[in-house]
Design a protein around this ligand. Structure first.
Ligand code: ATR
Length: 274
């Protein structure tokens, strides 16, 4: 029987995951399809029951369901447990549901695809203290990156994050701005600049070091004000397309045990959004 996969979210129409996974299924000669499903918050439990009954083999989970899906699953991989959020569900042969989170590792893979392990051992600054910051920090830490420092508009949240992850520390935004030179990898995880909605900079980057890489997890627009200024200062920049593609590639690997072509997909999505 033809396998099928899905992505659940609200909103979902804008998702690029269906086109990405369908292209990878076709490139890998896998007879499967991938559909977007609009699921409002109150309908999540029914949606999971329906997906199981209808023989769905696995699905992605996006906003606002990443944490809410957890009670409906049978097992959580360590990645999902650490982040208290799931973006990938795999339905095993016996029908049990396994949740994992590929967002953080997706970031690390995209960084390494672009720059190898060049930034391992250097100081890392993460701007933001939400779910995305947490996922990326855990993945960087477990991949051997760091020391990691968090900075955030709300200091309490950064401190809470740092307490949960050994070897990390916190700086206020103004102190981080003043000491920016010591960081070789700076990761922007806040929503500042997303969809052209919140313009501005989450942090001033006039003290950025030469040769540092500044990454933004936002991919729409392709270049936020943060990245534009970084580029104008001669820093290396990386937008969020790579993280998006690699989180999807890791889901694809979970379901099919095949590694899809990521570089080509980053190129295609960049053209579509450009
Ligand atoms: P996600 O799961 O995508 O990380 P989140 O958990 O809502 O989303 O976290 C959003 C992050 O963006 C937080 O770090 C938030 O800062 P606060 O903790 O101070 O709220 C940050 N953020 C959102 N809007 C911001 C703004 N205008 N300026 C600076 N930081 C902002």
């Amino acid at each position: 029987m033809k396998k099928w996969y899905a992505v659940l979210g609200d909103p979902i129409a804008q998702s690029m995951s269906p086109a990405m996974h369908e292209a990878w299924f076709s490139e890998n000669n896998i007879d499967a399809s991938y559909i977007p499903i609009h699921v409002p918050a109150q309908g999540l439990g029914e949606a999971v029951t329906g997906l199981k009954r209808l023989g769905c083999s696995g699905w992605n989970v996006t906003v606002p369901h990443k944490s809410a899906i957890i009670p409906f699953l049978d097992h959580l991989e360590p990645s999902a447990r650490q982040m208290n959020a799931v973006n990938t569900v795999h339905v095993l042969q016996d029908g049990s549901l396994v949740g994992s989170n590929t967002d953080g590792l997706g970031f690390v893979r995209s960084l390494e695809e672009a720059h190898g392990a060049l930034y391992k051992g250097g100081d890392v600054l993460i701007i933001g203290a939400g779910g995305a910051a947490r996922g990326i920090a855990y993945a960087l830490h477990s991949s051997g990156y760091g020391p990691i420092t968090f900075t955030n508009r709300t200091m309490d949240k950064a401190e809470e994050l740092a307490q949960g992850l050994s070897g990390t520390s916190v700086l206020s935004v103004s102190v981080a701005e003043a000491s920016l030179e010591k960081f070789s990898l700076i990761v922007q995880t806040t929503s500042v600049g997303m969809n052209f909605a919140q313009q501005g900079m989450p942090l001033a980057i006039s003290n950025v070091a030469e040769g540092a890489v500044l990454a933004d997890i936002i991919y729409n627009p392709l270049e936020t004000e943060f990245l534009k200024e970084a580029r104008n200062r001669g820093a290396k920049t990386m937008n969020g397309v790579g993280m998006f593609v690699h989180q999807g590639a890791l889901s694809f690997e979970t379901w099919t045990v095949k590694r899809p072509a990521t570089k080509e997909m980053i190129g295609k999505i960049t053209t579509t959004l450009g």
